[in-house]
Design a protein around this ligand. Structure first.
Ligand code: SF4
Ligand code: SF4
Length: 278
């Protein structure tokens, strides 16, 4: 089973909720797909046992063969190639490594060379498996690294994916294929605005989802009203407690700082597994 944890905006407490859920399901795996700024490891504190560099194939032009026909530029969906004044330029920072340019080059003037975009680390915390990806500084293309992290999904296990915040490409790449997505929000106008955007994305992807409201006793009731009108289940409410905020700032997930929450997270998992939303 794959459960992803996402949020339309940053700062909602998504990662501490992902970590708490993973720590409450025996034998689970947590995959941190927020590769631009992974921070699950701060909460889980795994022992890292393996590190693997991740590469994508980027084009290298053979100037002796290239006749500047521009076909490679035409087929590149990511504007990673420019052809001007008898020069063919490749912007590897924009390249997704799809291979289309080399496939379509009539002169066979393109060779693919590996470019390192980041790395994956694999570790353990007790019986919880931990996988995260980290994008190299200056590297803009996170989807290929997210794909590489998701190769470690084990379909026989419960896989918890911590998705990046927002609603852009990396979020779509992270959550697609999930059996269920938990949207973490807070009951504020900004929280609601970004929740609505995230709901639109999940509905387009046809992924079942529900909402967890963090700091649920602050803000207003508009999130509740929206969820009720849209028939979106509210799966859990976590009230604001200064002690939770303090534990968060020390890198302690909720269930570690307050073990009484473990049952709530186990109930959350069982609700999702059994599909029984009220
Ligand atoms: S498609 Fe090939 S020959 Fe044409 S401009 Fe690109 S590299 Fe050069
Ligand atoms: S490999 Fe794909 S993304 Fe990269 S330059 Fe070629 S066509 Fe563009």
């Amino acid at each position: 089973m794959i459960i992803s944890i996402a949020s339309g905006k940053g700062g909602t407490g998504k990662t501490t909720i992902a970590a708490s859920l993973a720590l409450s399901v025996p034998g689970a795996r947590i995959l941190d797909c927020d590769v631009e700024e992974p921070n699950c490891h701060i909460f889980i504190k795994p022992e890292i046992k393996e590190k693997t560099s991740i590469y994508i194939p980027v084009p290298e032009i053979d100037k002796n063969k290239c006749d500047y026909c521009g076909k490679c530029k035409q087929v590149c969906m990511y504007n990673a190639i420019a052809v001007l004044n008898k020069t063919t330029l490749v912007f590897t920072e924009l390249c997704h490594g799809c291979g289309a340019c080399s496939y379509f080059c009539p002169q066979k003037a393109i060779k693919e060379v590996n470019k390192e975009i980041g790395f994956i680390e694999i570790g353990k915390k007790d019986n919880l498996s931990f996988i995260h990806g980290k994008l190299n500084i200056g590297q803009a293309m996170s989807p290929p690294l997210i794909k590489a992290v998701k190769k470690y999904i084990n379909s026989a296990k419960v896989n918890i994916i911590d998705a990046p915040p927002g609603t852009s490409c990396p979020v779509v790449e992270s959550v697609k294929g999930s059996d269920f997505c938990i949207l973490v929000t807070e009951p504020t106008p900004f929280g609601l605005n970004d929740l609505i955007l995230a709901v639109e994305v999940l509905r387009k992807l046809d992924i079942p989802f529900g909402v967890v409201i963090n700091r649920s006793d602050l803000g207003d009731k508009k999130t509740d009203v929206y969820c009720e009108n849209e028939n979106i289940p509210i799966l859990m409410r976590i009230p604001f407690r200064q002690e939770i905020a303090r534990a968060y700032s020390k890198g302690q997930p909720i269930v570690e700082a307050f073990p009484e929450y473990k049952k709530d997270f186990q109930d959350l998992f069982n609700t999702i597994k059994n599909g029984k939303f009220s």
